[in-house]
Design a protein around this ligand. Structure first.
Ligand SMILES: *[C@@H]1O[C@H](CO)[C@@H](O)[C@H](O)[C@H]1NC(C)=O
Ligand SMILES: *[C@@H]1O[C@H](CO)[C@@H](O)[C@H](O)[C@H]1NC(C)=O
Ligand SMILES: *[C@@H]1O[C@H](CO)[C@@H](O)[C@H](O)[C@H]1NC(C)=O
Ligand SMILES: *[C@@H]1O[C@H](CO)[C@@H](O)[C@H](O)[C@H]1NC(C)=O
Ligand SMILES: *[C@@H]1O[C@H](CO)[C@@H](O)[C@H](O)[C@H]1NC(C)=O
Ligand SMILES: *[C@@H]1O[C@H](CO)[C@@H](O)[C@H](O)[C@H]1NC(C)=O
Length: 918
């Protein structure tokens, strides 16, 4: 019990959990009651008990010889009363009964009592009479001793894991003729979809809007791509929610807290239990039954005068028959101490008359549960995906069809929103409320956008639809939904998968793969200055100073790389036709990892196979998934595919580590380990804490991502609304530009920095506390390198390097790269001169001259004459060009006076670029 208490303290620290609403009518009746703690209080009669039953089902699997419409039990701690209420009908004639009521919590029997209905004057059960409906309503007074098994903590812990069970035994045959089980609750739960769902939804919508805005705003496609790549990936957000929800699809017996927590994320997988949809899907999925009762009483009246023979009903004698008839005792029988309590209970029944239930009286209560919906597992059982879904009220055979319906609804909604956005914009332009050129590109390409948004939605739904389709197929439900699942499975495999392969082939068809021998060298390094560590390095990637170190051992390896037939082909992120067509797949990834979408699809497919397809073999499912998660983290971390840091942080590190930890901890729930249910709940809470932290991280990343996307949208504006963020904005544009070339951040002079790759590059950009940079204050004392001729040549202002307006045919690639560089430069607002590694005083002077000397005519010269090339890898070279160009632009702003940073500028530049490259 101490452990349970500690657990509850932990849970209490996690926050407050809402109590189920109790409606207080105006004419609430109050009574005074003395609780088990000895305190006397005024109590509303219709209050919820400290522990009470929820939904109930038939624990003989639908073979109970009674139809039960009501089974409520409640334990009022505050007036020491146990309430018990049973209603139903039977087809047994003249059978006397014994009732055995028990409460099991956290895997142990905590309370039990044997009740003789005749002793309590429950006429409808004494004896059972087919022509009289069962109405048993009883209140027992109980003492401290009888509930000693139920600790105080059980009344507070969220998602109390337990159930109340009533077993009905026939005196004539001494067999169990009925068993009903109801989940026990105390009103606290982690399942708050009504509160958490909308919060997550609002944040997700913010991320969707940011992502869409960065994709729709602008005129130059490569430029738009760069900014889009740095908005937070909606795919990664949904992947996070879905992976949290589908943690519950593993076939183990979950502690009740977990399905309750996961139910908050079910919407992301399309499992929203709208009653009308569930009901209409029920008949299609073959889920049938009477939702207003449980039990299996036939319609023919059984007169068991001669004794009810168990053989007649083909049922074997229940093994857990309690010692009512002096028979051998089952394993979970209450011990002798509890039996003493039972006798006491029998004696202490204070109110035992049959009491017809009147719904109109003020004693009416609304905390009770209902007969379990057909197709649902027995209440109090949270095993496997069916148990996870039961928290939502979705029968497992319905899950796939419901998700499919919601997917279609979302697709329709998304298409409608994009199209109506376009027409709203047109309307606003007509009314002259916005500029003619506002979002011009989106307005003219709205069909393409609609297609891309729909395809992207399908891409996001890929994982959950695959899991649910495989779950449906592997569970051999009715033919209809199974066939539908097979069709959707094939559609996603061939449709989305085929499209991705086509997108890959579209770029790769003009080339071939080549291999060359390589070696993996394993070197000894030290992490954090003390921890020895082995680092594998590819021989071909070794830098000179690293190769000095002697490797411990090396492995042969083959280095594959792609050889394009046309070496000067436009880079994929500059390739406008490709971006227009397949940007929705490739745009978020780094230049060298643009093909990552195919890896992602393969990875999600493998995960879906384990989660959805292997539910019948839990061992293979969990261990397999664990291996997949560990390997995928290693591989994805090695790829580091995302161009944006926030996406890397979320989709690579946070998500990967949480997946591994969740699956790893889930191994403990495997039946072979047989862990205690309290320990299982503790592990469950650890999982919840981790996933909650992940969720909070997602929300924070959405906020940061929205700020960065907002900056992206102001890239053609001179001033940023927030002065404080101006410096951040400039730094962000610089960063964007560097990442677009797939370059790492400049390395700090820290020898250990390289050993820990995730830290330096994947950390979120820290927002500086104040503007940290001001060009005007740059002063520089000459350095020795200023005297170095080579260096000076490199630092020379652009126009000094000799204008060359006619492009050299061999420089084609270089020019293309320069386009990207210029595009990013145009991101810089006025005054955003990129600071360079070092300024020379001479350079600063000539820069000023340039500014005074209006170089309008030299624009083309500058742009074409000094384009940075990829070969110019040192950051100085790249920044140098930015500096000179931004200086030009700054000048242009002052002189021209018209909206120089407006989209028109981006447009003009593009035109110029076109001219140059043609
Ligand atoms: C305790 O409270 C319940 C619910 O209001 C009520 O039905 C019951 O009669 C009370 N018990 C006593 C002993 O007053
Ligand atoms: C069952 O109820 C009917 C009607 O009240 C009564 O006539 C009959 O005797 C009852 N049977 C038994 C076994 O009590
Ligand atoms: C019901 O059964 C009891 C004993 O099993 C018998 O004594 C009684 O007469 C029966 N009542 C009816 C109405 O059949
Ligand atoms: C049923 O059996 C139990 C245990 O043998 C006994 O205590 C009880 O009185 C019986 N009920 C009836 C109605 O005979
Ligand atoms: C379902 O059960 C209720 C209550 O027992 C009953 O009134 C109703 O007729 C049943 N419906 C069907 C279709 O069996
Ligand atoms: C119990 O329910 C079933 C199914 O609704 C019905 O056919 C049967 O007649 C009911 N039995 C009694 C005794 O009400």
């Amino acid at each position: 019990m101490a452990s349970l208490r500690r657990l509850s303290a932990l849970l209490a620290a996690l926050g407050t959990f809402s109590q189920i609403p109790t409606t207080y009518a105006a004419d609430t009746v109050y009574i005074s009651g003395t609780g088990l703690d000895g305190v006397t209080r005024q109590l509303a009669v219709d209050r919820a008990p400290a522990l009470y039953t929820g939904d109930f089902g038939d624990c003989l699997g639908g073979e109970s010889l009674m139809n039960i419409t009501k089974f409520d039990a409640g334990f009022y701690y505050d007036n020491s009363t146990v309430l018990f209420h049973l209603e139903g009908a039977t087809n047994l004639q003249n059978d006397s009964l014994m009732l055995y009521i028990s409460v099991e919590a956290y895997g142990q029997n905590r309370f039990s009592m044997t009740v003789d209905p005749c002793f309590m004057n429950v006429d409808s059960l004494c004896p059972l009479n087919a022509s009289i409906p069962i109405t048993a309503y009883a209140l027992f007074h109980i003492g401290e001793q009888q509930v000693s098994g139920i600790p105080q903590i059980a009344f507070e812990i969220p998602d109390f894991e337990g159930f109340a069970r009533i077993q009905i035994f026939s005196n004539a045959s001494q067999t169990e003729i009925g068993c009903f089980q109801a989940v026990m609750r105390n009103g606290n739960t982690f399942s708050q979809p009504a509160a958490i769902g909308p919060v997550l939804g609002v944040f997700t919508i913010a991320a969707i809007v940011a992502s869409f805005a960065t994709a729709a705003y602008g005129v130059s496609i490569p430029h738009m791509r760069t900014h889009y790549a740095h908005s937070l990936s909606v795919l990664a957000i949904f992947e996070t929610y879905q992976s949290i929800f589908f943690s519950g699809a593993l076939s183990v017996n979950w502690p009740s807290v977990l399905p309750a927590w996961w139910s908050n994320f079910a919407w992301s997988a399309g499992l929203i239990p709208a009653l009308s949809i569930v009901h209409s899907v029920d008949s299609f999925a073959g889920v049938s039954g009477n939702a207003s009762q449980v039990g299996g009483a036939g319609s023919t009246i059984i007169n068991n005068q001669g004794g009810l023979l168990q053989q007649i009903y083909g049922r074997s004698l229940s093994t857990d028959v309690p010692d009512i008839y002096g028979r051998s005792v089952a394993t979970d029988m209450p011990n002798s101490e509890t039996k003493g309590a039972l006798d006491l209970a029998r004696r202490s029944v204070i109110l035992a008359k049959r009491q017809p239930y009147n719904a109109n009286n003020p004693y009416d209560y609304n905390w009770n549960g209902d007969p379990v919906t057909p197709g649902m597992p027995i209440p109090g059982d949270w095993s496997g995906f069916a148990g996870d879904l039961s928290e939502l009220g979705i029968p497992a055979p319905d899950a796939f069809t419901i998700a499919l319906i919601w997917l279609l609804i979302v697709l329709a909604l998304v298409a409608f929103l994009v199209v109506s956005f376009k027409f709203v914009l047109e309307g606003l332009v007509k009314l002259k409320w916005i500029n003619q050129d506002r979002l011009q590109f989106f307005r003219s390409h709205w069909r393409g956008y609609t297609c891309m948004v729909l395809l992207r939605t399908l891409f996001i739904a890929f994982f959950s639809m695959m899991v649910l389709a495989m779950f449906q197929i592997s569970h051999h439900g009715r033919a209809g939904p199974t066939a539908l699942a097979a069709i959707i499975f094939v559609f996603f495999m061939l449709g989305v998968g085929g499209l991705a392969i086509y997108a890959l082939n579209f770029r790769l068809r003009f080339g071939k793969f080549a291999s060359e021998p390589d070696r993996i060298l394993v070197q000894r390094k030290t992490v954090w200055k003390f921890l020895p560590w082995l680092v594998p390095v590819r021989h071909s990637q070794l830098k000179e100073k690293e190769s000095v170190q002697k490797p411990i051992f090396s492995l042969p390896f083959v280095h594959w790389h792609f050889m394009d037939n046309d070496k000067d082909r436009t880079k994929v992120h500059q390739d406008e036709p490709y971006l227009k067509r397949f940007g929705w797949l490739s745009a978020r990834y780094r230049l060298s990892r643009w093909w990552y979408f195919i890896v992602w699809l393969g990875y999600q497919l493998i995960r879906a196979c384990f989660i959805g397809g292997a539910t019948s073999s839990p061992l293979a499912q969990i261990y397999g998934l664990f291996v997949v998660d560990v390997l995928s983290l290693i591989i994805i971390a090695a790829f580091r595919p995302y161009e944006g840091q926030r996406n890397t942080a979320l989709a690579v590190w946070l998500l990967g580590l949480t997946k591994i930890a969740t699956t790893g901890l889930s191994i403990a729930f495997l039946p072979r380990f047989g862990i205690d249910r309290i320990l299982a709940t503790v592990i469950g809470v650890v999982i919840i804490v981790m996933q909650a932290l992940l969720t909070i991280a997602v929300l924070i990343l959405i906020i940061l991502g929205s700020i960065s996307s907002w900056m992206s949208l102001t890239r053609n504006r001179e001033y940023f609304p927030s002065q404080r963020l101006e410096g951040v904005r400039i730094k962000y544009f610089e960063h964007l530009e560097r990442r677009a070339l797939d370059k790492e951040a400049p390395k700090k002079e820290k020898p250990t920095a390289k050993l820990n790759p995730p830290e330096p590059e994947d950390k979120l950009p820290d927002l500086p506390k104040e503007p940290y940079f001001s060009v005007n204050s740059v002063r520089r004392i000459s350095k020795i390198e200023d005297e170095d001729d080579d260096f000076i040549a490199e630092m020379e202002p652009v126009n000094a390097s000799g204008p060359s307006t006619t492009p050299h045919p061999l420089n084609r690639t270089r020019r293309v790269d320069s386009v990207s560089s210029r595009h990013s430069v145009s991101s810089l607002p006025r005054g955003a001169r990129v600071h360079r590694v070092s300024w020379s005083s001479r350079d600063f002077n000539s820069w000023q001259t340039t500014e005074l000397d209006r170089p309008g005519t030299t624009l083309a010269k500058r742009l074409s004459g000094h384009a940075p090339s990829l070969s110019e890898t040192n950051i100085t070279g790249v920044l140098k060009n930015q500096a000179s160009e931004s200086s030009f632009r700054a000048y242009g702003t002052v002189v021209a006076g018209s909206r120089p940073m407006s989209p028109t500028l981006e447009q003009e530049e593009r035109v110029i670029n076109k001219e140059i490259s043609s």
